[in-house]
Design a protein around this ligand. Structure first.
Ligand SMILES: Cc1cc2nc3c(=O)[nH]c(=O)nc-3n(C[C@H](O)[C@H](O)[C@H](O)COP(=O)(O)OP(=O)(O)OC[C@H]3O[C@@H](n4cnc5c(N)ncnc54)[C@H](O)[C@@H]3O)c2cc1C
Ligand SMILES: NC(=O)c1ccc[n+]([C@@H]2O[C@H](COP(=O)([O-])OP(=O)(O)OC[C@H]3O[C@@H](n4cnc5c(N)ncnc54)[C@H](O)[C@@H]3O)[C@@H](O)[C@H]2O)c1
Length: 486
């Protein structure tokens, strides 16, 4: 060990300065404790630098392009579509830099003695080493190290044209072609957006999964709707990747459900097959806490405490729901409890809500269909609506998708929903608020519904759910007392 190494003592050490680390730092500091936040990479957070914000900026450009291609159906003709890839990426990058700038201002405002740069690893339960320069002795520790995209080593061998979402936001122009591997949230959001921006996109999905959906009927609808717009090949896996001879592309060999192989050339291959929590190489084996089979600490999701230890975990590192609002909530709870240890308290965990910004958008609320099949087997009813003929959706030519809503027999309590639907980000919030408020389906139906609005589709699904709750599964005839197109 380096003899010049410095030792410092703090009350709370936070590893990572992403959303979870920043909120943990802030919460711990409110107790008047000595808090130290450590960071090995760039400041600015994954969300602002390479996550939520730049991806939504790219999607916004794609929506603008799509509006032009959709306009003739309304009798509106804007002339031939021209997409300036350099201008698209310049706006994505400059607006992204603006968002990152706000985070950096916040980091700058943190006193210098509360920040330290370097890679952190545990060397004992309350002892951390930062690079080769500092030992930090901490009464409690928050692990907020985030997650990293997964790229199998054999794909990495195909060179730098095999990329992850991080690289997309560094582009200065749009590529001509892109293979996307994985029909998760990242693959679908970026794949559809780039296809709408004129890139030749093919998405390879090894199974039939679509984003975070688990309900088989919504899944089938989502697969149909999205594959109707751009080239998605379900049940097709990647057998081999190789660099082209001139190094300017990748040869991708896929294998479909019948075992047929096909080799195609793309300018880039985007690996979007998931992210793994950053829990390797941080010395957790020395921290005396129990780990699961993936090396993630076992923790209480209400206190974020790892066992009975003075170690807490938050954000993507916890491998629970790798989403920004969860990172913020978990960070707040972990930081608060790290400061008050050993008097830890359960914090507020909200109704789960996930939104994929495809079009139509995909949203999941509360318990998923798959979870209910286990926790409520035979004890929950389902209501559904198709948006194919839903009035307002049809008016806007966005009449695609399906919503399924779930409630408990007996209590009639609303439990959750899955959907691919127009404006699902808003329907998702509405239903998540009802779920967290523990409303019954009847209480939800007593709420006001305007006309003509997409929410009337939600009411149709809830009406069917209410019927099924009363009588068990029955077919609902066309609803005579509904306003047109509900
Ligand atoms: C393309 C993309 C789009 C997304 N879109 C959305 C969206 O629309 N909505 C949404 O809710 N979520 C979205 N997410 C997810 C969201 O970005 C993450 O859930 C969230 O940013 C996680 O925050 P975090 O604090 O856990 O991790 P991070 O922000 O990644 O912070 C972790 C920090 O820890 C540092 N670190 C790691 N190891 C060490 C170490 N050993 N020592 C010191 N420092 C270390 C890292 O450098 C990093 O700065 C998206 C993600 C991606 C990739
Ligand atoms: N709008 C949002 O909230 C948003 C947007 C982007 C990312 N995110 C977060 O980022 C996380 C990571 O996103 P992601 O899309 O990379 O992961 P994901 O877990 O959502 O999806 C990965 C997909 O890849 C498939 N897959 C796994 N291995 C594969 C292989 N070898 N070949 C082909 N397919 C394979 C999986 O079956 C899955 O469908 C998400 O879970 C989400 O929490 C959220």
């Amino acid at each position: 060990m380096n003899n010049d190494i410095k030792t410092i003592q703090v009350d709370v050490a936070v590893i990572g300065s992403g959303t979870a680390g920043l909120t943990a730092h802030k919460a711990a500091r409110q107790h008047g404790k000595r808090v130290l936040m450590m960071e090995s990479g760039p400041y600015g957070t994954t969300c602002a630098r390479v996550g939520c914000m730049p991806s939504k900026l790219l999607i916004a450009a794609a929506e603008a392009a799509h509006a032009v291609t959709a306009a003739p159906a309304f009798g509106v003709h804007a002339g031939p579509l021209r997409i300036d890839g350099q201008q698209v990426m310049a706006r994505v990058r400059s607006e992204r830099d603006r968002f990152v700038g706000f985070v950096l201002e916040g980091v700058d405002a943190i006193p210098a003695e509360e920040k330290l740069r370097g890679h952190v690893r545990f060397i004992a339960p309350g002892k951390l080493q930062v690079d080769e320069h500092t030992i930090v002795e901490a009464a409690s520790v928050v692990i907020a190290t985030g997650s990293s995209p997964i790229v199998p080593p054999e794909w990495q061998a195909a060179g730098e044209r095999v990329i992850t979402s991080d690289a997309v936001f560094a582009w200065t122009d749009l590529p001509r072609s892109l293979a996307v591997v994985g029909a998760g949230v990242i693959g679908l959001e970026l794949g559809q957006a780039l296809a709408r921006l004129g890139v030749r996109v093919t998405l390879f999905a090894r199974g039939a999964k679509v984003a975070q959906l688990t309900d088989p009927l919504v899944l089938a609808e989502a697969g149909k709707v999205l594959a109707g717009e751009f080239d998605i090949r379900f049940q097709t896996s990647v057998a081999h990747l190789a660099k082209t001879d001139d190094g300017t592309g990748v040869l991708l060999t896929s294998r479909d459900g019948e075992g047929q192989e096909k080799t195609e050339q793309f300018e880039y291959v985007l690996a979007a097959i998931g992210r793994s929590p950053n829990v390797k190489g941080i010395g957790l084996e020395t921290a005396q806490i129990e780990l699961d089979r993936h090396g993630v600490p076992l923790y209480d999701k209400h206190t974020m405490q790892c066992g009975k230890s003075a170690i807490f975990i938050a954000g993507d590192a916890s491998d629970e729901l790798p989403l920004l609002p969860e990172a913020a909530d978990q960070g707040r709870i972990a930081g608060d409890n790290a400061a008050r240890f050993p008097e830890v308290l359960p914090g507020l965990r909200r109704t789960p809500l996930g939104v994929a910004f495809t079009e139509p958008q995909i949203a999941t609320v509360g318990a998923t269909y798959q979870q209910l099949c286990i926790s409520h087997a035979g004890r929950f009813a389902v209501g559904a609506v198709s948006f194919g003929n839903q009035g307002r959706s049809r008016v806007m030519l966005q009449n695609k998708g399906m919503l399924r809503v779930y409630a408990e027999f007996g209590s009639q309590r609303f439990l959750g929903a899955e959907m691919i639907a127009p404006r699902a980000e808003h329907l998702g919030h509405l239903l998540a608020w009802a779920c967290q408020a523990q409303l019954t389906v009847h209480a939800m139906l007593d709420m006001p519904f305007y006309h003509p609005v997409i929410e009337e589709g939600v009411r149709t699904a809830l009406r069917e759910l209410a019927l099924h709750l009363q009588k068990g599964p029955v077919d609902v005839p066309d609803c005579a007392d509904c306003t047109p197109g509900a």
